[in-house]
Design a protein. Structure first.
Length: 88
């Protein structure tokens, strides 16, 4: 889980979100608040499938650079993202 969270954080900095809003803020408006809590301003420990799939649309050199930041190969991370995609 920690690998995916670090990967997602780095990925969010590389992709464009609608309206050029930071991805965490863009997603925050779509998350329901836990019962008894007020709405969070940003997602917490939430793996975003849409964001992860954007990794597959990147060029291979960009994927390599992004994966180096989390200590994995692009091939390994593509495999994880593809496995998560098939879960739906």
């Amino acid at each position: 889980m920690d690998l995916l969270m670090r990967f997602q954080t780095n990925l969010a900095e590389c992709v464009e979100s609608p309206g050029e809003i930071p991805f965490a803020r863009y997603r925050a408006s779509n998350l329901p608040a836990p019962q008894g809590e007020k709405k969070r301003t940003e997602p917490f420990r939430f793996v975003d499938g849409e964001l992860l799939e954007r990794f597959l649309d990147m060029t291979e050199p960009r994927q390599e650079v992004l994966c180096e930041q989390v200590g994995q190969t692009a091939e390994y991370m593509r495999g994880i993202v593809e496995q998560l995609r098939r879960m739906l």
